[in-house]
Write a protein that binds this ligand. Structure first.
Ligand SMILES: NC(=O)c1ccc[n+]([C@@H]2O[C@H](COP(=O)([O-])OP(=O)(O)OC[C@H]3O[C@@H](n4cnc5c(N)ncnc54)[C@H](O)[C@@H]3O)[C@@H](O)[C@H]2O)c1
Length: 411
């Protein structure tokens, strides 16, 4: 499936999707000798294993191949047919194709330099931790996790990766785009004055109807839930975490902070799946900065991934599939209409991943902001489910875990 903006109908202003943030708490820069950065010699390609061979997995494997510095050498997917299809496409030897829940473990036993994790979000923390333990560099799709323990685990994996001189990169496309980076620079350097409020949106038309029909055949079947994970609250983290994170990650990037508390609401109007299809959340950030956030994946007529910052001296505006600009009293910046952030951001991230591996830069700066924005989505989700107010401290104290009946899947 393609549980993201790329699934937005081409007729809408959002005809492809994709996105990312930086942080003041980035891990300290640690450099290692390039020759020790990956198992093979410094001049050879980085050998790569793909975990999760669905829509995004196959799409991004193609981009890794196009980069030229990688060689796809192994695949793992829960479903054997998906592993086989991807493996055949990339001529991966039969001995490096794995399936089942533990397929990724057998992939990690292979002599690979790195893995690309493109499985449903529920599995990211466990797979990333095992990959770092196995000494692999890790490139992982957003969101990094579906719950608080998962976020904590990813944070630890990022730290462990740095300790083991391995690269760990989280693929948010916005943070990798120069126009977004420039707008954020304007805000961070005070060029729109003091930030007062932020407006954030992730609006799409009705999505996932095919998945809804498929799941209706047997909603309790664990394998069917896995196939239809995009409408499954546990496997995806709900749309506020799995998809709306593209908008909320930019908010936390602009503000370079985590919210103190949130109050929210939302619901499910489309009548299938366990994820809600609309949310409205009011976040309180430090320094009395309020962020209004709303999202939907239902209805028709308006599609956008927006983050707009209002300051005392100006306004900064970003649209994942649209224009990116700043207007201040005296000045301005026009980043123009982004050509294809969905692809360009991933291409930039793949290049950054390769550069970090070959140059031995294991500072892993994408980890901390990705965990922060992931937790921000979970805070909003928790407040919305409770239709009340929840503080960050309370969310962390509770540490709620989402559970899936893994024992009913094939090992
Ligand atoms: N813009 C973006 O950054 C962006 C866009 C799309 C998807 N994504 C992310 O990429 C990931 C994959 O999304 P997708 O659209 O390709 O979904 P998909 O359903 O098309 O693919 C997921 C694949 O993972 C496999 N899988 C399920 N459980 C597994 C397990 N335990 N181990 C190994 N494989 C398993 C599935 O069989 C499937 O082939 C998700 O985390 C999603 O949020 C990010």
């Amino acid at each position: 499936m393609n549980a993201d903006p790329s699934t937005i109908p081409a007729s809408t202003p959002l005809n492809r999707r994709a996105f990312l943030a930086t942080t003041g708490s980035a891990a300290s820069l640690a450099l290692i000798a390039p020759r020790t950065a990956f198992g093979t010699s410094a001049n050879s390609k980085v050998s790569l294993g793909l975990i999760g061979c669905g829509g995004r997995g196959k799409w991004i494997a193609n981009l890794f191949q196009k980069h030229g510095g990688f060689e796809l050498a192994g695949v793992a997917d829960y479903f054997p047919d998906r592993a086989e299809t991807a493996a055949s496409e990339w001529k991966v030897p039969g001995s490096a194709r794995f399936s089942g829940l533990d397929g990724y473990k057998r992939l990690l036993d292979q002599k690979l330099d790195a893995v690309v994790i493109q499985s449903p979000p529920y599995f990211h923390p466990e797979q990333a931790a095992a990959a770092v333990d196995a000494g692999k560099h890790v490139y992982v799709a957003k969101p990094v996790a579906v719950d608080v323990p998962g976020c904590v685990s990813i944070e630890a994996s990022g730290r462990n990766a740095t300790g083991k001189k391995r690269v760990f990169l989280v693929d948010f496309q916005t943070r990798a785009h120069p126009a977004y980076q420039e707008v954020v620079r304007w805000v961070h350097t005070g060029r729109i004055g003091r930030v007062l409020t932020v407006e954030s949106n992730y609006q799409t038309s009705l999505m996932f109807t095919g998945m809804g029909q498929q799941l209706a055949q047997d909603p309790a079947s664990p394998e069917l839930r896995l196939r239809c994970w995009g409408i499954d609250r546990v496997l995806s983290g709900d749309i506020i975490t799995e998809q709306n994170i593209h908008a909320l990650d930019v908010v936390t990037w602009f503000l370079d902070a985590a919210p103190l508390k949130a109050v929210g609401t939302g619901g499910l109007a489309r009548g299938f799946g366990t994820c809600w299809d609309h949310f409205a959340v009011l976040y309180s950030f430090p320094n009395d900065v309020l962020t209004t956030f709303s999202s939907k994946q239902v209805g028709h007529g308006y599609d956008d991934i927006l983050c707009r910052v209002y300051g005392t001296e100006g306004t900064a505006d970003t649209h994942y599939f649209g224009e990116v600009w700043v207007r201040s009293k005296e000045d301005g910046y026009n980043g123009g209409k982004l050509a294809n952030l969905y692809t360009d951001g991933a291409v930039n991230n793949i290049a950054a991943f390769h550069r970090a591996i070959t140059e031995g830069d294991v500072s892993n700066p994408t980890v901390a902001p990705s965990v922060r924005s992931n937790l921000t989505t979970i805070l909003g989700r928790t407040a919305a489910y409770e239709k009340g107010e929840v503080t960050w401290a309370e969310m962390m104290r509770r540490g709620e875990r989402l559970d899936f009946p893994l024992n009913r899947l094939k090992a």
